[in-house]
Design a protein around this ligand. Structure first.
Ligand code: ZN
Length: 386
């Protein structure tokens, strides 16, 4: 049997299941990236490896006709540590690569690009690689960005929260807790005080900013009779309003500063990864893709319904939507209400239901690319929405 990707075979499911097996975590997705590059290369795409200095990133391009319009598809292929492809990124990879191949067959004038974007889950060195790419101008010449993500329903425009993660290290002074407590300064006290003060801040924030703050005390000392001289907190701060998010972070930093003073400790704050933005919805694009889905018998939620829901997560795709018209379509591979990043979603990512949804996704995304290259009204409206 031929392995997936070693020929020009159109085998989305072979690629999706192979990446599910490989199960490589963020920033270490070498084999998965190689497989995708091989499939694209054998379908006439030119590959840039090590894209923007990110070892498991790539950029693939195929020119059709004059190449008047540039349409990009974003692939993710990182698994979650310990559990595997429980976020279904194996399907995202296959969807992006085969949508691009299909699009290059359907259009007569365009430049089809695939970006291999590692480490969406934020587990490694290249966490949030789309943000690094967007900040460095990778999407400057792109007219339209299309992506997809498996989930427990079909939707075309979910909002996401801005998030920044932090690691805070407090340094105190070690001392014998019974013999010389007066000489000790507890770093753990600073962490606990911070944790408490942050909880108090929750009450005094704008109610419509969807403020979420989650933290843990990662280190809190080594022995009960030694004043903890080091304590580490890890926090995520989120909001649906990116400007207000900046204010919240400033208040968070003030809290840390105050708690260090109160406990006689010092501190260091380190950003973990880049700032994930909120998603910019493009109604024209969302509604058109929904129409294509309905045409294929898929019951996709109307945009108004998804837009009215509280955003629950964050994604680096959001930062791309801020620099180019973009949409990440959610395709259903599991019953509504299935928990994600779970054993259930891990299994769902390799079922027959997932295979069928993937096939629909590939046709709909490539249809969208085709329409974009052929319909100037559609292009105008998308630009106007952006
Ligand atoms: Zn995901």
């Amino acid at each position: 049997m031929k392995s997936a990707g070693t020929s020009t075979d159109f085998d989305p499911w072979g690629v999706a299941t192979r990446i599910h097996e490989l199960s490589e975590i963020g920033s270490q997705e070498f084999e998965s990236a190689n497989l995708l590059k091989e499939v694209l290369r054998s379908n006439g795409f030119t590959i840039t490896e090590n894209f923007m200095g990110i070892p498991t990133a790539f950029r693939a391009e195929k020119l059709v006709g004059k190449g008047s319009h540039t349409i990009a598809f974003l692939a993710e292929y990182d698994a979650l540590p310990g559990i595997g492809h429980a976020c279904g990124h194996n399907l995202i990879a296959s969807s992006a690569v085969f949508s691009a191949i299909r699009a290059s067959q359907k259009i007569s004038d365009g430049r089809i690009v695939v970006y291999g974007t590692p480490d969406e889950e934020g587990t490694g060195e290249w966490s949030g690689s789309k943000i690094i790419m967007a900040d460095k101008g990778a999407f400057k010449d792109v007219d339209l960005v299309l992506g997809s993500h498996p989930g427990d329903e079909w939707s075309v425009g979910k909002q996401s929260l801005a998030v920044q993660d932090f690691e805070i290290t407090f340094k105190g002074t070690a001392s014998h807790e019974a013999a010389n407590p007066e000489l000790g300064r507890s770093a753990l006290d600073a962490s606990i005080l911070t944790y408490t003060a942050v909880n108090m801040m929750r009450q005094h924030v704008r109610r419509n900013a969807n403020f979420v703050m989650h933290g843990i005390i990662k280190e809190g000392g080594t022995a009960s009779n030694v004043t903890p001289e080091r304590s580490v907190l890890v926090y995520g701060i989120r909001s649906s309003d990116v400007a207000y998010h900046g204010e919240l972070v400033a208040r968070f930093r003030d809290i840390i500063d105050g708690c260090a003073k109160a406990t006689g400790t010092t501190y260091q704050i380190k950003n973990i990864g880049p700032l994930f933005s909120t998603t910019k919805i493009n109604p024209t694009l969302s509604n058109q893709i929904r129409e294509f889905l309905l045409g294929r018998g898929v019951e996709c939620l109307p945009l108004e319904e998804t837009a009215s829901r509280l955003p629950g997560g964050s994604t680096d795709f959001a930062n791309v939507s801020q620099v180019a018209p973009a949409l990440e379509v959610e395709f259903q591979i599991a019953p509504a209400g299935t928990p994600w990043h779970s054993r259930e979603s891990l299994e769902a990512a390799k079922t027959d239901r997932a295979r069928k949804a993937l096939e629909i996704m590939i046709e709909v995304l490539s249809d969208t690319a085709e329409k974009y290259t052929e319909d100037s009204e559609f292009r105008k409206k998308i630009k106007k929405d952006f």
